[in-house]
Design a protein around this ligand. Sequence first.
Ligand SMILES: Cc1cc2nc3c(=O)[nH]c(=O)nc-3n(C[C@H](O)[C@H](O)[C@H](O)COP(=O)(O)OP(=O)(O)OC[C@H]3O[C@@H](n4cnc5c(N)ncnc54)[C@H](O)[C@@H]3O)c2cc1C
Length: 423
Amino acid sequence: MAHAVKKIVIVGGGFAGINFVKQLGKDNRFQVTLVDKNNYHFFPPLLYQVASAFIEPSNISYPFRRMFEGKSNLHYHYGSLLKVNPGNNTIETDTGILEYDFLVLAIGTETNYFGMENVRQHSRPMKTIDDAINLRNHLLLNMEKASLINDRAEKESLLNIVIAGGGPSGVEIAGMLAEMRQNIATIEYPEIKGILSHIHLIDASPHLLGPMSSKAQKAAFKVLNQLGVKVKLNTAVKDYKDGKVLLADGEMIATKSLIWTSGVIAREVPGLPPDVTGRGRRILVDEFNKVKDTQNIFAIGDICLQVTDNNYPGGHPQLAQVAIQQGSLLAQNFRRQASGKPLKPFSYNDKGSMAIISKYEAVADLPKVSFTGFFAWLIWLFVHIIPLVGFRNKVKLAFSWFWSFITNNPTLRLIIRPGKQEN
Ligand SMILES: Cc1cc2nc3c(=O)[nH]c(=O)nc-3n(C[C@H](O)[C@H](O)[C@H](O)COP(=O)(O)OP(=O)(O)OC[C@H]3O[C@@H](n4cnc5c(N)ncnc54)[C@H](O)[C@@H]3O)c2cc1C
């Protein structure tokens, strides 16, 4: 006798979500509906290149409906999750109610401002494509504003940039903005030539690139110093008001641009049983990614906290590879269960981490070896093209990079502000 087709609703089409869905395409034992508030998947590790006008947003984004073409058991629902109702197996979204047999939560994290309201209101996050485009417009607009005025202090404040957070995103955008300042700003904006403005990178911990090897940390510090970035460690950002960033040691930096890459917190999911969240508001799951105290609800990727992996008793780092591997394994476990096979518990296979610091300079920590410099940079390029969704995106990105690296001058510095005036 044929088994009934199971309805799976998965919320969130990031790394975890699409790797889950990919495994179930064309398996007609499941009807899978992906809910996402954007109609596209995107690649966060390259957001900083969009924010600094180095590549176009479309280079790193791909529409879900295109991804699902030809797979009749995969569906896309445009909407934002509002609430889960475990009692009647439904979720509420801002565009309707959906029923499920199994629910998978994969909506990741949001920017964490650690309760600093002024920072939340006035800084610039870099978490989504919208954030990156807003940041790009803001930085370009400030250069134009600075070109129009004569007051030196005001010019400096428009051109100073403070980046809070010395993890890979902070390091990468600091390096890229410093290079753009050297290669582009001084040539295309003669009105701001000679103005003493700075890029500051601030981190509360004693090292840049916290979880990476000390070799990578030192290399990042050295290269950023050479590029003129003012790196300040062991110092937290405390406030941002009246156009000044206040640091824990009392220093104030006048700037119209505070870029916030300092931390994340899991997105809230109203309606789940009480006591299912742990550190960083992450949802507690078992070794099969099933949410604590539920029967048919799962959580994967950045949003979940799994402490059953012997090598990661405190939970996994919130990284793309963890999300990818959890998404794939959960889908495989659904298929195993449907075939009467035993389920496999999750165990993270760490493939290493890397960050690019400037043109021809990157740092790479692979499982058995760490290296820096040009070779690491080449590997970084390769590693960041392969996982992009869509062959056209890979070719477009490779061409954009090739062109930008040989000319030192990407030509995307357009200020496009649909419908919203920036103040
Ligand atoms: C700027 C930046 C750089 C990074 N660089 C690296 C790196 O170099 N290497 C690395 O390993 N990791 C990096 N990360 C971390 C990595 O991106 C995450 O670990 C990974 O994206 C987690 O995948 P996920 O699927 O859990 O969540 P996400 O990729 O965040 O996906 C969440 C999805 O849920 C959707 N969503 C959110 N809220 C709702 C809602 N209410 N309703 C419906 N849909 C919703 C979003 O639109 C999104 O599609 C970086 C992250 C950022 C922000």
